[in-house]
Design a protein around this ligand. Structure first.
Ligand code: IMP
Ligand code: MG
Length: 177
């Protein structure tokens, strides 16, 4: 199937993303406790964001990843979080920065925070590229947010719809079929 590129639906340009990611890196460096970091990216959606973000944080750090599936290929939350691959190194005693692509209901982030907190890190902070205000859900506290998401399913810059569009350099709204 050819990739339909929703160019007309660009919401956030590559240049705007780049500027915000540099700001986020500075905010994170300014607010996290001193010392080396364990940056943990949530696969697969955070891989592009994290690649840019870590280059904007001037700290000694290790990078690790958690594989998580919360939606399958649907665009509505299944409410089920499944770990598909675990960290490759322990985080006990480390300052952890958990990096997510987008927070919707907060289910995924809540689950991952509890999972990582049980492993005895020195601190855990959360960073999401985007945050979607979901009506009726208690707001999940996220320490660092790149952008407030619009009321749409968004793709690009790592975010997918059924595994497509991750490679778009900008963030776009997916057109309904
Ligand atoms: P939550 O558990 O409801 O917060 O959902 C979080 C996960 O759902 C994210 O890590 C994304 O993988 C996915 N997700 C939620 N909204 C969107 C969207 O608009 N575009 C792409 N993925 C999304
Ligand atoms: Mg996804």
């Amino acid at each position: 199937m050819a990739q339909r590129t929703p160019t007309t639906n660009e919401l956030i340009s590559a240049a705007t993303i780049a500027r915000r990611v540099v700001e986020l890196g500075q905010e994170i460096d300014g607010r996290l406790p001193p010392g080396p970091l364990s940056v943990v990216g949530v696969l697969r959606g955070a891989f592009i964001f994290m690649a840019d973000l870590v280059r904007a944080i001037p700290r000694t750090m290790t990078c690790d990843f958690l594989g998580v599936r919360s939606y399958g290929d649907a665009t509505v939350s299944s409410g089920v979080v499944e770990i598909t691959s675990d960290l490759s190194a322990p985080i006990a005693g480390r300052h952890v920065l958990l990096v997510e692509d987008i927070v919707d209901t907060g289910l995924t982030l809540r689950y991952l925070l509890d999972l990582l907190a049980a492993r005895g890190p020195a601190s855990i902070h959360t960073c999401a590229l985007m945050s979607k205000p979901t009506p009726g859900q208690p707001a999940m506290k996220i320490d660092f947010v790149g952008f407030e998401a619009p009321d749409a399913f968004v793709v690009g810059y790592g975010l997918d719809a059924a595994q497509l569009y991750r490679n778009l350099p900008y963030i776009a709204a997916l057109e309904p079929e």
